[in-house]
Design a binder for this molecule. Sequence first.
Ligand SMILES: [Zn+2]
Length: 346
Amino acid sequence: MPLSDTLGHDREIGILRKAISNKRIAHSFLFVGPHGIGKRFTAVSLAKALNCSALSDDFCGECQNCRDIDNSSYGDVFIIEPREPESKGGEVDHETGIIKIDAVRDVQQRLSYRAVRGGKKICIVDGAEKMNKEAQNAFLKTLEEPPPDSVIILIVSDGTVLLPTIISRCQRINFRPLPRNIMVGIVRKKIELTHKERLAVNDETAALLSSLSGGSVGKALGWDIESMLEQRKKIVEMLPRLSLTDMEGLFKAAEEISKGDRPVESLEFLKMWYRDMAVVKQGGEDMIINSDILPVLKQHAGGKTFDRLANGFKLIHQAQMDIMPPQYANKQLTVENLLMQLAYNR
Ligand SMILES: [Zn+2]
């Protein structure tokens, strides 16, 4: 499948194809955009296009080089990504992991060797914002003096957390979320493939998943739909019960969210609910995400002012940021504090 077949990123792919055919490939790229919309897929495609032995300005997907890159067995194409601290098992984890200086040193060493098969050495850093300061400073040296025949691709969902000196050394390509119709199509097809007959996906569910994921196929496909809808239901049912006169209930709700499997995701549902209530206040019913339960949403939004809802949205977002790295604030306390503020602000 050549570059031109990539779904939904015509503009981004166009920039890369032009650079390849003009043989003016930057030493380092910064791919910026929401998680799971195809940045890594595009980075690997670029690695294939630069090493394909059959085509000079695209990739064939069938030659030995293309196949080895797909199987992660091509020595000159390597991907580094955030890992959990060793104490937690060292697993790859894009949410809570970090990229440490050791990983960067390893890359620097590998980039210093000559390309084994005479092509380009490609280093993809997926989740580059998870490099700690030390790692970023070390990486900067490589960007300042790029080894010959190497291309570095930094992938981030938030470009603002990297050192400005790193950003300024890279050619930036902004990836937009996938258009809704393309998302719905992909999500629907993949869900049907994985769930078979067990779950008939109607258009509403596919559209809801697409919206909640913010145009991120990776996110939508990582979800178990039934448990996701259940998770949302809990959050929505909890909200009207929040009250400063029932602190016990409030602490219990905070515990359920913070001790659950995916606290950041639970807060995302809460945030999207506030977003939708605010949108309803502004009369934008056709733009809401939780469109399948519009009557409940309208009921919740009644009696609240737009300013309070917008403020609630901000508070939830802040709480999400606080419990994620590098802050790692205490989850239980952060969520308790958040729910108290939401109850006070209703
Ligand atoms: Zn090929």
